[in-house]
Design a protein around this ligand. Structure first.
Ligand code: ADE
Length: 226
């Protein structure tokens, strides 16, 4: 999979891909991340990417021309399944969406800044608008990093154990059950006996029940989804 990220602050997006699972996914050749500095697509001496909004009002708006140049250039080189815009008024990111996007070959992610982008960018180029939650970030970059992480870890071969992504919270509308590791007893606090019993059907049944009970207690809304 190839992900092209268009941003005015590429520095924010460097470190998330330079450590741990995402770095390994890149090193293994399972994903390519290409950062594009929008200022490289300007034609004026000031490398201007934003301007005052028509009609007046506080806050700058990202201009259409550099964004058009960047997206058009990328699209001339390969086919993209989605051109995503990170914005607080987009569709809320959920596991199902990450699952679907992880099957794409190429995607573009445009990070918004200031008051957002000229509406014509959204109308002409964007196929999907995504929010990572009901709060406003200072730019779309951290949202893009969250989106990339949620997608990349689902690409086959990225996680060591293929099944571990399948047993994550949300994959089947259930939160994950509690987990424990050694020691089996610490300061008198014990691991549930069933987990050390070696009885795997019983362990599986216990996990299913715990996942259900935890979901009912913490996120009953998930049980109502189809
Ligand atoms: N840009 C600013 N706030 C955002 C959010 N909540 N999600 C995605 N992009 C954003």
């Amino acid at each position: 999979m190839r992900i092209d990220i268009i941003t005015v602050v590429p520095d924010i997006l460097k470190s998330p891909f330079e450590a741990s699972i995402l770095q390994r996914a890149i090193q293994k050749g399972l994903v390519e991340i290409h950062l594009h500095n929008l200022r490289d697509y300007t034609t004026d001496n000031y490398k201007q990417v934003d301007d005052y909004q028509f009609g007046g009002g506080a806050g700058m708006v990202m201009m259409i021309e550099p964004i058009d140049k960047c997206i058009t250039q990328l699209k001339s080189e390969r086919e993209y399944q989605d051109v995503i815009y990170m914005t607080p008024d987009g569709e809320r990111l959920q596991q199902k969406m990450a699952n679907r996007l992880s099957m794409h070959e190429n995607i573009i992610i445009l990070c918004g800044h200031y008051k957002g982008v000229d509406q014509r960018v959204r109308d002409q180029f964007i196929t999907k608008e995504i929010s990572i939650g009901d709060y406003v970030l200072s730019g779309g970059e951290l949202g893009a990093a969250v989106l990339c992480d949620s997608i990349i870890r689902l690409i086959p071969g990225v996680l060591g154990n293929e099944t571990s992504a399948l047993t994550d919270s949300f994959q089947d509308n259930l939160l994950a059950p509690p987990v424990y590791t050694r020691p089996a007893e610490y300061k008198g606090w014990e691991v549930p006996e069933v987990l050390t019993s070696g009885n795997f059907p019983k362990i599986e049944a216990w996990r299913e029940n715990e996942a259900y009970e935890r979901t009912k207690r913490l996120r009953p809304d998930l049980l109502e989804e189809e």
